[in-house]
Design a protein around this ligand. Structure first.
Ligand code: AMP
Length: 485
């Protein structure tokens, strides 16, 4: 399998450090607000990467940090007049909910920065002892001039990097030196005790303290979007390689392209964002995943409602085929009798795996799926397909869907989301229970259920056969009336 490495600037054969085991770390969110669909793009890409590595039989440990102490969190919390920790927990919870809804389910461990303060302090102490870091009146800084490989990931010279630094501090030795520990007055901000007095960690050090804790000084894959290459990932390399003396920190550096709006990166600061929650009100999570995977993970994606709509239609084409296959399989007799594996399916499987082995080329893998859907549809119309081939197609599409984290199954085609389906099923269950209670003339409990459901915005109307319910205006899932007959 070949993976493009930002470090070498080319695709390289991927070989895990420890036989069958792959340790992946991806920079997690700064939890001061709801995540937007640009974040979702990056996390869906790495979710699929983890899924595919598992599919290849590798044992994957996927670690993500949560930046829960940071300038933005402190500023937002002070604007709202709440504790930074309260704000951070709220948006961490919402982030995790968003990830679950998007099917981003392969992270093994989320590690909060604030729960690794001893490890952070320990790493800074070692850097100071080794002469790579120094203390001033404002904090502790990494001395970039002492680390000769500084710039090797972003392929820049010291001068080029210094031009980009926006962190002037007269106490620093070099303008490009970055902060490891920020000295702060107790009470004014969130602070911890340290050998340098009260303060809080800089941004870059939390990641190497966390990865060293769980993976040691070296591991397989580090990911994030391209904006993190410099200075963040460059700083991580300097911190960890200087501390451990071991190179490289990471075997393969993987960076996703941006999700853009009219050519500009979607970001909170530019105000051109759509939150994951807003997107999910308009679009099924599976269709959004398909939209993301229609681009290669390193390419930019220009977000537009039209392309999202295209993805919805493409998903429906695949689901439609599965429905047709299910109907065909239920019909008596065969279209064509054959127990041979159809060559179309062999071609599709080989094509899909080749695409994914080539630096996770999901757009190519999807084109293989669309070709398969077109060919099988044609063969069904021509009545030249065997039942075995239909069964195999359904199974293969299920396998591909599992790798992409997308349900291609026919059961979901009418729903705007799995949660909505479940809500509907639960409401139906409550109605059935009420029906039984009414048959037993337990009017009191039946009315109690109806009143409680009304409080939850579900209005029940009794009818002879099955009943009917309406979700009232406030309900965020759907505003239709449902007949249960
Ligand atoms: P943040 O919370 O801003 O640190 O971002 C969390 C992750 O999302 C990082 O890996 C970012 O690089 C990534 N990210 C932020 N904005 C975008 C975007 N518009 N497109 C793709 N990835 C993004």
């Amino acid at each position: 399998m070949m993976i493009y490495s930002t470090m070498s600037g080319k695709k390289e054969p991927f070989q895990p450090m420890h036989k069958n085991r792959v340790n992946i770390f991806v920079c997690g969110p700064t939890v001061y607000d709801d995540s937007h669909i640009g974040h979702a793009r990056t996390y869906i890409a790495f979710d699929v990467i983890a899924r595919y590595l598992k599919h290849k039989g590798l044992s994957v440990f996927y670690l993500q940090n949560i930046t829960d102490v940071d300038d933005k969190i402190i500023q937002r919390a002070s604007e709202l007049g709440i504790e930074p920790a309260v704000l951070a927990r709220k948006f961490e919870r919402r982030y995790l909910e968003d990830m679950r809804t998007l099917g981003v389910t392969n992270v093994n461990l989320y590690a909060r920065a604030t729960e690794h303060i001893p490890e952070i302090i320990g790493q800074i102490e070692r850097l100071v002892d080794l002469g790579f870091a120094y203390e001033t009146e404002t904090g502790v800084y990494f001395d970039e001039s002492r680390f000769e490989d500084f710039g090797k990931l972003s392929h820049q010279t010291l001068e080029e990097m210094e031009r980009h630094r926006i962190d002037p501090d007269p106490t620093k030795r070099n303008s490009g030196d970055f902060s490891l520990w920020k000295k702060r007055e107790d009470g004014a901000e969130v602070t911890w005790d340290s050998p340098w007095g009260r303060g809080r960690p800089g941004w870059h050090i939390e990641d190497t303290a966390i990865t060293e804790t769980y993976f040691g000084p070296q591991y397989d894959i580090h990911g994030g979007a391209m904006d993190l290459i410099f200075p963040h990932h460059e700083a991580e390399i300097a911190q960890m390689e200087a501390t451990s003396g071991k190179k490289p920190l990471v075997r393969c550096w993987m960076h996703t392209g941006f999700l853009n709006v009219k050519g500009e990166k979607m970001s909170k600061s530019l105000g051109n964002f759509m939150t994951i929650r807003e997107m999910l009100e308009r679009c099924d999570a599976d269709a959004f995943r398909l939209f993301v995977l229609l681009a290669h993970y390193r390419s930019p994606i220009d977000f537009s409602e039209e392309v999202l709509e295209q993805s919805r239609k493409s998903l429906e084409r695949i689901r439609h085929l599965i429905r047709i296959i299910e109907e065909q399989l239920e019909m008596p007799g065969g279209i064509v009798e054959s127990e041979e594996v159809d060559p179309i399916l062999i071609k599709a499987k080989v094509g899909f795996l080749e695409a994914m082995d080539d630096d996770f080329n999901t757009p190519y893998a999807l084109s293989v799926i669309f070709d398969l859907v077109r060919d099988i549809n044609r063969r069904i119309n021509e009545k030249t397909v065997s039942k075995k081939a239909l069964k195999d197609t359904k199974q293969l599409l299920g396998e591909f869907g599992g790798i992409f984290g997308i349900s291609f199954s026919s059961g979901l085609e009418m729903s705007a989301g799995k949660e909505e389906d479940m809500t509907r099923d639960l409401i139906k269950l409550m109605i059935e229970i009420r029906q039984k209670l009414r048959e037993k003339k337990d009017w009191e409990l039946a009315d109690q259920i109806r009143n409680r459901m009304k409080e939850l915005n579900v209005v029940l109307e009794d009818a002879k056969e099955g009943g009917k319910y309406t979700l009232s205006e406030e309900d965020c899932l759907n505003r239709k009336a449902y007949n249960l007959r």
